[in-house]
Design a protein around this ligand. Structure first.
Ligand code: IPM
Ligand code: MG
Length: 368
């Protein structure tokens, strides 16, 4: 039996720092849980641009396609702001999503009890919150054609196209219903069917998939603006939310903040099953490259560590080990170990990135 393979793309900004802590957890799993991965490393984003002149080299994409799972840190930074659009760090990430056809982006927004007071909302509104946003990730306005900036008469026109095929809606709806069955069995689908034809089709196809194959799941539909409002009014009414690429981008940032810190949230981007039965998969923290604190040891590694936990659950069928990591992170927070993003002024000295990682390892040890 060969070990499962993991491609690490640490990327830019705080990406490399948080990934250093993830490597500690990977090493621990090998030492103590007999769970060894064949790890390879490569460049993505600005780090890849600096070396190859492109944010994703062809050979890196090939490695990603061949890996059992990809773990990504973050991409982007002010240094690259003035680059041409086609070689910006973000294009590396978008190309990975598109080429690997990672159509279902799972973004859990879970409120750890120890952090409920960090939410911008009142504790009782968010305590115990556990919402899963399923964002369509490979189509919609992010990729639709025509696109570009042209000239009409004497002024410039910026154009992007929202476009969804039935099969694109069908497959992401199925992912949402399947997930709901393993949770509270509720799906809320969000679009703007009141103003967009693509929204009308979205609503119809989600309903058809439901009626045909998932009648046991409770399904509701909401306009995305009303959904945003409900998400901050009473977020606990939701179990699984399924929505398109752009609305999912916005709604998942809003949902993330409900939980107290962007520094805590992992994500999984899943595609169709490969020959070995595992889905094509990329795991990454929801937070970005945070250039303002990069290199200072201030970043919270939890979102990236929890992304590894999602990889164990969704790619490697190691749900128990995923839960072990999640419980360890929860214990560290409950014990009061906090990086700066999880502290209020006057709270004392924050833990560094590496101290936080060490605390997670200590909690993992204690779990044996
Ligand atoms: C996200 C990010 C990306 C997106 C950027 C970095 C391209 O905001 O993953 O949510 O817009 O999808
Ligand atoms: Mg985003």
């Amino acid at each position: 039996m060969t070990n499962p393979s993991l491609l690490i793309l640490a990327g830019d900004g705080i990406g490399p720092e948080v990934m250093t802590e993830v490597r500690k957890v990977i090493a621990w799993l090998g030492d103590k849980r007999d769970l060894t991965f064949d790890v390879t490393e490569d460049l993505v984003g600005g780090a890849a641009y600096d070396v190859h002149g492109t944010p994703l080299a062809d050979e890196t994409l090939e490695k990603a396609q061949a890996a059992d799972a990809v773990l990504l840190g973050a991409v982007g930074g002010p240094k690259y702001d003035t680059l041409d659009f086609s070689v910006k760090p973000e294009r590396g990430l978008l190309k990975l999503r598109k080429e690997m056809d990672l159509f279902a982006n799972l973004r859990p927004a879970q409120c750890f009890d120890a952090l409920a007071d960090f939410s911008s909302l009142k504790r009782d509104v968010v305590a115990g919150l556990d919402v899963m946003i399923v964002r369509e990730l490979t189509s919609g306005i992010y990729f639709g054609e025509p696109r570009g900036i042209t000239t009409e008469g004497n002024e410039r026109v910026g154009i992007n196209t929202q476009r969804y095929t039935e099969s694109e809606i069908d497959r992401v709806a199925r992912s949402a219903f399947e997930l709901a069955r393993r949770r509270d069995n509720k799906v809320c689908s969000m679009e703007k069917a009141n103003v967009m034809e693509s929204g009308i089709l979205w609503r119809e196809v989600v309903q058809e998939v439901h009626d045909k194959d998932y009648p046991d799941v409770e399904l509701s539909h909401m306009y995305a603006d009303a959904g945003a409002m409900q998400l901050v009014r009473a977020p606990k009414q939701f179990d699984v939310i399924v929505t398109d690429n752009l609305f999912g981008d916005l709604l998942s940032d809003a949902a993330a903040m409900l939980t107290g810190s962007l520094g805590m949230l992992p994500s999984a981007s899943l595609g169709a099953p490969m020959e070995n039965g595992r889905p094509k998969a990329l795991y990454e923290p929801v937070h970005g490259s945070a250039p303002d604190i990069a290199g200072e040891g201030k970043a919270n590694p939890c979102a990236c560590i929890l992304s590894l936990a999602m990889a164990l659950r969704y790619s490697f069928d190691e749900g128990d080990e995923a839960t072990r990591i999640e419980t360890a992170v929860e214990k560290v927070l409950a014990d009061g170990v906090r990086t700066a993003d999880l502290m209020q002024s006057g709270d004392g000295t924050p833990a560094t990135t590496s101290e936080m990682g060490d605390a997670v390892i200590a909690a993992l040890e204690a779990s044996l």
